[in-house]
Write a protein that binds this ligand. Structure first.
Ligand code: ATP
Ligand code: MG
Length: 609
């Protein structure tokens, strides 16, 4: 299926050649490696998913019928009103793994409202055989119900069309469906419309799926898969892979993947990645014209969705995440080159990232509350603002980049006193506290759990200029203070129940929970530069020398593991070398701490009272 110019996409293919023997061989080994890495679900899980979807589809029809009857329709017309379920996300694209969710969209006729979705469908779901963990979030930007049915996580979005019935063969690709419908419905339709269009615009769906499966695994392993943190997300990865497939319509997966890395590394951003030319839309609205796109400087690596309304799927990319992603494209290109000539294995491509070995200094962003449900919302809010911190850090002189890690680390600590609670909220978790169990604090006055989610940003610092003498300081107090102000502007922020702390930490003081078992190198094995002092292997200075602010609430029996709290201005550090990594500067300078006023930042409550 091609456009009237005879090809898919906005420009002709680069090559229509069939793959050669070697490419066929490496495709076989690639598929073997993908299976070995466990990216495919079992046949049994696949059958369960189909069964669940079939049952849910019947439930949706029952829901529409029930609402119709309540609105006064006859049973026959209430049934004829239909109701249909569509899938999107990784399941729709055919690249889901074991344990992936199924993302679904309920399409309902005009007499079914969004309130019905939460007030009638959600309770029906709670009653549904095999359903657990049913939770509705009606106030979300894209309102959603999440659930688990027969062990399969499943998300439900809902779109109400301006139609009195939903035909069984309804296609969502017609832009006219978006007329006269609610914004939330337009947003809910977006995921399905984009997924369908991507599948329609690739020359060979199976090749696309195999290639995307490889790229998704690689991006996850390299920790560059996260829309919220400024990396490419699932949709962006799918679109770039689809674009490479358009450029080599007859190539097989091994060849697509090798070209993917070479082209992506050389891509002269910000040239947008387009799957489909978008001109004047049928809605008679002036939609975005790609010819004008390069003039839009706000997007660094623009990847534009192929459906109306055209959106940039990489809106969140910053200077730092662009550099990191580009560096990974280069690494990938080097490895696939070797795979093709037979001097490397595919497994090398999927090697785990080295984020926690890569930098000399990290920022820890610790979100805390005393309650599990509140923690999900608060940590989500903090996480969604971390890109703002990254962008502010990018303006700091002598910071090459600020590298956000793609996930937070969760912990629950059971504290006995206000002092312990404050310490935990600052990331000071002693062995005693970390070993304490829930039952150890039950019924004790002033005691309570503290839920923390800790996010990390790696700091790559410019090498010292030749000839420069004396200690240098890196002042990151402005970005970090601005960031805490920003997160506190959240409309539901409550100083008495939510804590936010930003502090810097040396790599040697990273807690064990960021490493896999056995991953942490013995301290003596940490690579050091010629002449570098041992500041990577031992605390820089005895704690008595560490400055403390007057209102530093660190308890006297401060924990051993993390008691270099890194939040206070240390004396300038001896130049050291980063342990590894593409951005590792040859030397690092002293860091001036974020200097957060503690009293203001450690507010946390046990919530439960
Ligand atoms: P997985 O296999 O992990 O489920 P996925 O690609 O299905 O991968 P989901 O997190 O389930 O990822 O998201 C499914 C879809 O929901 C995405 O493809 C996208 O269309 C939409 N989506 C999810 N998160 C966002 C977001 N933050 N902004 C916009 N759309 C999103
Ligand atoms: Mg999904």
């Amino acid at each position: 299926m091609t456009n009237d110019r005879g090809y898919l996409g906005v420009t002709p293919p680069i090559s229509t050649a069939e793959s050669n023997e070697r490419e066929k061989e490496v495709t076989l080994t690639l598929m073997e490696e993908l299976r070995r890495q466990g990216t495919f679900e079992s046949d049994e899980e696949a059958r369960t998913r189909e069964l669940v979807l079939g049952r849910v589809s019947a439930l949706v029809k029952k829901f529409v019928q029930k609402v119709g009857i309540a609105r006064g329709l006859s049973e026959a017309s209430a049934t004829a009103a239909g109701g249909k379920i569509f899938t999107f996300g990784s399941y729709r694209l055919g690249v889901h793994g074991p344990g992936s969710d199924i993302d679904t969209l309920l399409v309902v006729p005009k007499h079914v409202s969004r309130d019905d979705f939460f007030e009638i469908f959600e309770p029906m779901l709670r009653e549904f055989d095999g359903a657990t963990e049913v939770a509705g979030v009606p106030e979300a930007y894209v309102p959603i119900i999440t659930a688990n049915i027969s062990g399969i996580p499943i998300d439900f979005l809902m779109a109400r069309l301006a139609l009195s019935s939903i035909p069984e063969d309804l296609s969502l690709q017609d832009d006219n469906l978006l007329r006269n419908i609610d914004e939330r419905c337009v947003r809910s339709l977006g995921g399905s419309r984009v997924a369908n269009e991507i599948l329609r615009l690739v020359p060979n769906v199976q090749v696309f799926r195999d290639s995307l499966r490889c790229i998704k695994l690689w991006a996850q392993q390299r920790a560059i898969y996260s829309n919220v943190n400024g990396f490419f997300g699932g949709v962006a990865w799918a679109m770039v892979v689809a674009r490479i497939c358009q450029l080599y319509p007859n190539a097989i997966a091994g060849a697509i993947v090798s070209r993917f890395f070479i082209i992506l590394y050389q891509w002269s951003w910000p040239q947008p990645v387009l799957l489909k030319q978008i001109e004047e839309g049928p809605l008679q609205v002036k939609v975005w014209n790609p010819k004008l796109y390069p003039a839009d400087r706000s997007h660094r690596m623009p990847i534009i969705t192929p459906t109306y309304p055209a959106m940039c799927a990489t809106h969140n990319v910053t200077a730092s995440t662009q550099m990191i992603t580009t560096e990974e494209f280069k690494r990938g290109a080097d490895i696939v080159d070797k795979v093709i000539v037979g001097t490397a294995q595919w497994s090398e491509l999927f090697q785990k990232h080295d984020f926690f070995h890569k930098y000399r200094y990290y920022l820890q962003i610790i979100a805390s509350t005393g309650d599990a449900d509140l923690q999900i919302k608060w940590s989500g809010t903090v996480e969604s603002r971390i890109r703002q911190l990254v962008m502010k850090l990018e303006y700091v002189d002598s910071l090459i980049l600020a590298h956000p890690f793609i996930k937070g680390f969760e912990q629950v600590c059971y504290c006995l006193s206000e002092e312990e609670i404050r310490a935990v909220a600052q990331g000071e978790i002693s062995e005693t506290i970390s070993k304490r169990k829930k039952e150890d604090i039950e019924g004790k006055e002033g005691a309570g759990p503290v839920h923390t989610t800790t996010f990390y940003v790696g700091l790559a610092i410019e090498p010292k200029q030749p000839g420069a003498t004396g200690p240098r300081r890196l002042d990151i107090s402005y970005p970090t203070t601005e960031f805490t102000k920003l997160v506190k502007m959240w409309e539901k922020f409550d100083e008495t129940t939510m804590g936010i702390v930003v502090r810097n930490i040396k790599s040697s003081l990273l807690p064990d929970n960021v490493f896999d078992p056995g991953e942490r190198q013995p301290k003596s094995a940490v690579k050091r530069s010629k002449g570098a002092k041992s500041s990577n292997t031992s605390p820089d200075m005895p704690s008595s020398k560490r400055a403390r602010t007057s209102n530093d609430p660190s308890p006297k029996d401060a924990p051993v593991k993390t008691n270099d709290n890194g939040t206070l201005p240390p004396i300038a550090l001896t130049p050291v070398v980063e342990t590894a990594g593409a951005f590792a500067p040859k030397e690092s300078s002293g860091i001036k701490s974020p200097q957060l006023p503690f009293g203001e930042n450690v507010a946390v409550a046990t919530g439960a009272q």
